[in-house]
Design a protein around this ligand. Structure first.
Ligand SMILES: [Zn+2]
Ligand SMILES: [Zn+2]
Length: 288
């Protein structure tokens, strides 16, 4: 009732997760699309790569997230699968600021489509520091929302392989102990303390995934005007908004390009109203 028509109404999709991501997917997809999310019990998504680097990721983020979705589909014997994949590091636009990206996908073998959406995360809880004792972490713990956001501890310079690692640390007592053990087995006597980026240990990340899932759901409600398949949406931004001084192309967006995930249909929409002009600061000629 009150929901727009969705081709997924009453359907089911597998969600491959070991990290409680149904929290971010289930309610939204049910409310917006009428799609039920089922989580397979025995699945090892870590085999496709981990944040802590014990298993390096192969291929692009999109390849990894698609492979993950297919793991769930195989496990549940369902033709539709969901997955998410995140990457965190230095912010792409802002120096010295951490940033992240969350990618979510629906692999739909019924319609023969793969639809994905992403979210750029401007303020993740993602940090690390090497310390000899917990007393050096006071501001770090406050700034990174410990203990609601868990931590990982390992030796800063491990003196043997495989190194010791403590994950999902959510109490001062466990943190203190882990730092002592790791500092002792590090060549420099320090432990490396870092945010645990697994979704169920990092509520800020879980909320970011949820936002990306909402975008995915909205996209899945949008049908291609040509072939009627779901997933029609923004595929590209073309720059070139005319300069206010010389009328030449600027680096600001001129067109939003919308495309289908199945057929070749695209449509263009102005990124801003027709009268708007770019400041000369963004002009390729006035300010090369
Ligand atoms: Zn100009
Ligand atoms: Zn189409």
């Amino acid at each position: 009732m009150g929901r727009p028509l969705s081709v997924y109404d009453g359907g089911q999709a597998a969600l491959a997760t070991m990290h409680g991501k149904e929290q971010a997917f289930s309610a939204i997809l049910h409310d917006i699309l009428g799609l039920s999310v089922l989580v397979p019990e025995m699945i090892d998504t870590d085999a496709l790569g981990t944040f802590t680097g014990e298993v390096p990721r192969k291929g692009t983020m999109l390849e990894t997230v698609m492979a993950k979705a297919r793991l769930g589909m195989t496990a549940m014997k369902l033709p539709r699968g969901l997955a998410s994949e995140g990457a965190y590091g230095p912010h792409p636009q802002l120096p010295f600021v951490p940033g992240g990206i969350e990618l979510v996908v629906l692999v739909d073998d019924v319609a023969g489509i793969i639809v994905h959406e992403h979210l750029v995360v401007d303020a993740p809880v993602f940090a690390h520091r090497s310390v000899a004792a917990i007393s050096e972490l006071e501001d770090f713990l406050t700034n990174n929302y410990f203990p609601s956001h868990a931590l990982i501890v390992r030796p800063n310079l491990p003196d043997r392989v495989p190194g010791i690692i403590f994950k999902g640390i959510g109490s001062y007592c466990a943190l203190d102990e882990a730092i002592a053990v790791c500092a002792k087995s590090s060549k420099d006597g320090k432990a490396l303390v870092a945010s645990d980026m697994r979704a169920h240990f990092n509520p800020t990340r879980m909320a970011a995934i949820q936002k990306a899932v909402r975008r995915l759901a909205v996209r899945l409600l949008t049908l291609c005007p040509d072939c009627d398949n779901p997933g029609f949406g923004l595929v590209d931004i073309e720059t070139g908004l005319p300069c206010e001084e010389c009328g030449g192309p600027s680096t600001l967006p001129l067109w939003e390009v919308y495309g289908c995930v199945k057929c070749k249909h695209v449509s263009r929409r102005r990124a801003s109203d027709r009268a708007s002009r770019a400041s000369a600061a963004h002009c390729l000629f006035c300010n090369p």
